[in-house]
Design a binder for this molecule. Structure first.
Ligand code: SAM
Length: 288
């Protein structure tokens, strides 16, 4: 059965390449890579490392980028049909994640090939788990649109999103993106900027969107950045029952109506709210 190997590669630290990834890259007949120059550096390292699998002397390296992905689909399916071992890598991280690869995978599936994934680094997940924000539900947004209207619309659509959100962004746009996110989702929303993950200068800056936007307003961060933003909080803000009942009574509502309004808003038992309203009214010297 022909097999397409989707191989994750490091996002900065070469030690993150798995043993299996190294073996597949040594043995491959065809390596489709986003950037052939950087993959050759990686292949040289992998070949020198030793370990399982022998270096394939017939191994070819071909470029695969957004502009030629359609043409490379044919090359990949032909190689698979010929029984070649085809490996797909991106410039860094996991192919297909804000990188080319998805079309080749689709074509390989349609051609009856098996897809084997060699999982590994992906900046989005590394940034998420280090952010301290909830990880039970998350939404990978990738690069936000650059055009202002599309951007406002995209961020506005995320206002009620309860999942933690992950954005990729170019360093010189991080400040503007954080400011636009603050405008759309609220200044107080908690967020984290993960910079240079797995590299020497790895850094995680956590705070509210307003704080982070202010930090990067004038000086852009250096190096690659991933932004993680907490989701909308589901629970409504806690209500101070006594204060709210007092306010409603002050507006001229009777204890019964005040209690009825708060039943809807808080879900607290009507009887309890009514008793509280009565006692507040008595204390004010207005007992019925
Ligand atoms: N395929 C890659 C992956 O699996 O994460 C993503 C490629 S995408 C073209 C590049 C973007 O990923 C960068 O602009 C940045 O937002 C994020 N990124 C990649 N490496 C990173 C790193 N070491 N630290 C922080 N963010 C990184």
């Amino acid at each position: 059965m022909p097999t397409l190997f989707v191989v994750a590669t490091p996002i900065g630290n070469l030690e993150d390449l798995s043993y299996r990834a190294a073996r597949i890259l040594r043995e491959a007949d065809l390596v489709l890579a986003e950037d052939t120059r950087s993959v050759r550096v990686l292949l040289d390292r992998v070949d020198q490392l030793g370990g399982a699998g022998t270096v394939n002397a017939r191994r070819r390296v071909k470029s695969l980028f957004e502009g030629n992905e359609a043409a490379r689909v044919a090359l990949a399916t032909e190689a698979l049909a010929a029984g070649d071992k085809v490996a797909l890598v991106s410039e860094a991280g996991t192919p297909g994640v804000s990188d080319p690869g998805a079309r080749v995978v689709r074509a390989a599936i349609d051609a009856g090939a098996t897809i084997e994934v060699i999982p590994g680094p992906v900046a989005a997940i590394a940034a998420l788990v280090a952010s301290g924000l909830p990880t039970d539900r998350f939404l990978f947004v990738g690069f936000p649109p650059r055009e202002e209207g599309a951007r406002r619309e995209a961020f506005g659509a995320l206002r009620g999103e309860i999942a933690t959100m992950i954005f990729y962004e170019a360093p010189d746009r991080v400040g503007a993106t954080l400011a636009d996110l603050a405008a759309a989702l609220g200044d107080a929303r908690q967020a984290s900027v993960a910079r240079e993950l797995t590299k020497i200068h790895e850094e995680h800056v956590r705070g509210s969107l307003a704080e982070l936007a202010a930090k990067y307003a004038e000086v852009s961060p250096r190096g690659e950045c991933t932004i993680v933003v907490g989701g909308a909080v589901e629970a409504p803000p806690a209500i101070d029952l006594e204060a709210e009942i007092a306010r409603l009574l002050g507006l001229g509502l009777g204890p019964k109506d005040a209690a009825a309004r708060l039943v809807v808003r808080t879900g607290a038992p009507r009887r309890q709210l009514y008793q509280l309203a009565l006692s507040i009214q008595r204390a004010r010297g207005k007992a019925p």
